[in-house]
Ligand binder design. Structure first.
Ligand code: MG
Ligand code: MG
Ligand code: MG
Length: 332
């Protein structure tokens, strides 16, 4: 007979406690995080998506799986942006992934984290989620291009400094529109972002950025390789693929032997193969250095017989579009 008041009291308690619990949960911001060995896109996209999500009412904080590279440091300084906090373990956190969706490029604890969203421009990786999530992944040259459209979609104004950062991320990922990954959307995004950032000449900023990236003098082979190195699982085998982009390949002549030693060391860590693209952005091609348990995969993948430890690949500038798919087929 007292069932009804009791039920009412219970419901009232739930109604009051419900929002309190939700609030307590959302007080820990979700991390927005790019891939391992973060590049400019991974870091700027984390900053931008965190900003956009906060404007949308989703508490977020940018993070990165490492400190900015000299190229990214140049961009952050040029536009007065702050490097995101470095995070190595994401267990128990809510996450937005930017610029990747491969577990092999994720931090420790990814299995115990909750992925709320993905913003990317690579092949879809192997992360899975128990809950529905927000996915923005387009076949364009840079995650920054997708994010420019997200700002437009949500009607949020892009701050000047973030616009400058996104502009540079797109110029970096597309190698100033020279990479075959470049799309019309990337060019349009840069045009619009250049205006928002109040940049007079995006090419001048891009050249200064690639000059910062090309400064390899005095940098150890280990640091050079780790700046842009990604792990992949191909047919069950652990593969590492690095890339170094310079204005002129001759800049790497002195360190090439050390680079080869470094990829040999990385292979010995338990990888089947390690590939290193030495990209000449002026010539528009790459020398591929490699160490592998099965060197025949190189000819299988690229149709060109390697000259011992390396092979010149004319026109190859993109790991994502011209290297990873070829190797995946060769490993099948
Ligand atoms: Mg990237
Ligand atoms: Mg990218
Ligand atoms: Mg790249």
């Amino acid at each position: 007979m007292h069932a009804r008041p009791l039920l009412t009291a219970l419901l009232a308690t739930l109604l009051i406690l419900g929002p309190v619990c939700a609030q307590a949960q959302s007080s820990v911001p979700a991390l927005v995080l790019g891939h391992m060995n973060p590049d400019t896109d991974s870091i700027i996209s984390a900053i931008a998506v965190a900003h956009l999500n906060n404007k949308r009412g989703i508490a977020c904080q940018p993070a990165a799986q490492g400190p900015p590279s000299p190229e990214t440091a140049f961009v952050l300084k040029r536009f007065g942006l702050t490097a995101p906090e470095v995070v190595h373990d994401v267990a128990g956190r809510k996450l937005y992934l930017v610029d990747f969706s491969d577990l092999a490029q994720a931090p420790k604890g990814i299995g115990e984290a909750e992925i709320l969203g993905i913003v990317d421009h690579h092949k879809l990786g192997d992360v899975t989620t128990p809950n529905p999530l927000e996915i923005w992944t387009w076949p364009v040259g840079c995650a920054g291009t997708v994010i420019k459209s997200m700002y437009d979609f949500y009607g949020v104004e892009i701050p000047k400094n973030i616009a400058g950062g996104l502009m540079c991320a797109i110029l970096s990922d597309t190698v100033m529109f020279k990479s075959p990954t470049t799309t019309e959307q990337d060019k349009k995004a840069v045009e619009a972002l250049t205006k928002i950032a109040d940049v007079a000449d995006y090419k001048a900023v891009g050249i200064a950025m690639f000059t910062a990236k090309s400064a390899v003098e005095g940098v150890s082979a280990k640091d050079l390789v780790s700046r842009d190195f990604k792990n992949f699982i191909m047919n069950g085998k652990k593969i590492g693929i690095g890339q170094i982009e310079v204005f002129d390949l001759a800049m790497l002549d002195k360190v090439k032997n050390n680079l080869y030693q470094e990829i040999t060391r990385l292979k010995a860590e338990g990888r089947h193969s390690v590939f290193l693209l030495l990209t000449d952005i002026t010539k528009g091609g790459s020398e591929l250095l490699f160490v592998s348990d099965d060197p025949s995969v190189v000819e299988k993948a690229f149709g060109k017989k390697p000259d011992g430890k390396s092979v010149w690949l004319d026109g190859v500038m993109s790991r994502k579009k011209q290297v990873v798919p070829n190797l995946e087929k060769a490993f099948k």
